[in-house]
Design a protein around this ligand. Structure first.
Ligand code: FE
Ligand code: FE
Ligand code: ZN
Length: 278
């Protein structure tokens, strides 16, 4: 099973520290932000201990593409209302993609964004336009995340992602990240995962699925809230999440936990252990 969690990348060891944190959870995959998700301040790439991180991954037989980057929330390609937000989405996404490549990673998860005061249709078109204005370096794949449908988010129906993907020029540079909490909150019945995968394959293509965010949800199916819960403690439940983690059709796809800390402590070592059990 390819499984890991969100980890921190922070001073002084940055990427090396992120890999060490993942290894401390017995993970064989990880996801990180290149800096604070809510701002554009980033430390120089040569301070990030990249060579040391790569040596550690090699030592543990973990391929570099299991190190996944999450783009910051300030990137909102669906926003057509504020011109400067759209411009920042293009320029910062490009910089983050270059950083992702420098880290030796391949996949970068991106929220398609929120249309704020325009319409869903306008949001989808604006996302397409902004992504088509962005140059993604060779070898990097941007994975659009399935969203919960909170507020004015786009991308909470698989049809939205299929529509965006169909209209992108650099098609090979894009894929999808499926978040189980978000899909459940958007109304999908994740307890019938084979049906969800059939629908995904029909609309998007299963070959486009590169990352799964494995989270439970604090809310009922269709609530459109986006509040993650610990594995087995929410409305998806352990049985459903365990079945997804072990599902043969997505065995090759890294599962990343983004469940909340418990009493200030990361729950990932225990949750990974629980999910690995047969
Ligand atoms: Fe996300
Ligand atoms: Fe997620
Ligand atoms: Zn979420």
């Amino acid at each position: 099973m390819i499984i890991g969690s969100h980890v921190q990348m922070k001073s002084p060891k940055y990427l090396e520290g992120a890999v060490e944190e993942a290894l401390s959870y017995d993970a064989n995959a990880l996801m990180l932000y290149t800096g604070a998700p809510q701002n554009t301040r980033r430390v120089d790439i040569d301070k990030m201990h990249i060579a040391q991180a790569h040596a550690l991954l090699k030592e543990h037989g973990i391929p570099f593409d299991r190190m996944i980057v999450h783009a910051p929330y300030i990137i909102n390609p669906a926003n057509s209302v504020k011109k400067e937000v759209g411009e920042l989405a293009v320029s910062f996404l490009e910089q983050e993609a270059i950083r992702t490549k420098a880290l030796g990673a391949k996949y970068m998860v991106l929220h398609p964004g929120s249309y704020t005061t325009s319409t869903l249709e306008q949001g989808l078109q604006t996302t397409i336009d902004h992504l088509n204005a962005t140059h993604i370096p060779e070898g990097i794949v941007i994975c659009l995340e399935t969203m919960a449908g909170k507020g004015s988010e786009v991308g909470y129906q698989l049809e939205h992602l299929a529509y965006i993907l169909a209209h992108l020029n650099q098609k090979d540079s894009y894929g999808v990240c499926m978040d189980t909490c978000h899909m459940h909150d958007a109304g999908y019945d994740m307890s019938h995962f084979d049906d969800v995968l059939d629908e995904f394959d029909r609309l998007v293509g299963l070959d486009k699925l590169h990352v799964i965010h494995l989270n439970d949800s604090k809310n009922v199916q269709g609530a459109r809230k986006d509040r993650h819960e610990n594995i087995g403690k929410g409305y998806l439940g352990f049985e459903t999440l365990h079945a997804i983690a072990h599902h043969p059709r997505v065995a090759h796809v890294p599962k990343i936990l983004e469940t909340p800390y418990i009493d200030g402590k990361a729950p990932y070592k225990e949750e990974i252990q629980l999910l690995r059990q047969q």
